[in-house]
Design a protein around this ligand. Sequence first.
Ligand SMILES: *Cc1c(COP(=O)(O)O)cnc(C)c1O
Length: 224
Amino acid sequence: MGIKKNIALFTATLLNKDCKLIAVSKTKPISDILQAYESGINNFGENKVQELSDKHEQLPEDISWHMIGHLQRNKVKYIAPFVALIHSVDSYRLLKEINKQGKKIDRVINCLLQVHISEEESKFGLSEQELYEIIQDEDFIKLHHVHIKGFMGMATFTEDKEQVRKEFRSLKNLFEKVKDEDLPSNMQMQELSMGMSGDYDIALEEGSTMIRVGSAIFGSRNYL
Ligand SMILES: *Cc1c(COP(=O)(O)O)cnc(C)c1O
């Protein structure tokens, strides 16, 4: 298996860079995750609540679990007690539900706002206008049990590298713009989650602080 070798390559790539590797372990078995963990990886990403919860229960406690997939409001409660960062907050209603569940268990839950940057219709995410509507809402500052740490974005799935670069750059520009605003205390622009197996190199050049890499570490996924 090449998991350890792949991780060594990513670790070398990220050396001296201010960027974390989130190993996306969706569909992959516990044994694969343990191999990555033994190679020094502590951050794992999953896109389904059930799988995230199951793996959290079975694996070492010092792993930080990242929710990277679309999250339904009725499932927030299952991950609220342990999730390290929710990358995929794509509505105000979802953010309020995360706050509600955080309040119940007296935990502040770290979140990223997912911004729509791709040309594809199907991908989730907020427009710039929707994003501003949330952070400028008078009730936003009262959400004491969420902490917005930055943004997440997914580029168009295309061979056109200049298109991908343009999209990452637009997200980085928005990140810097919002960072310069007078932000409420539950929001701090620190993390920019962008880049996957096919485009992490471009994302790094455009200022990513978290790359979410699955297949380039664990091999291709078989969806049954
Ligand atoms: C699956 C997934 C990834 C990782 O994809 P790879 O192409 O396998 O690296 C990253 N981000 C999100 C949101 C995903 O769903």
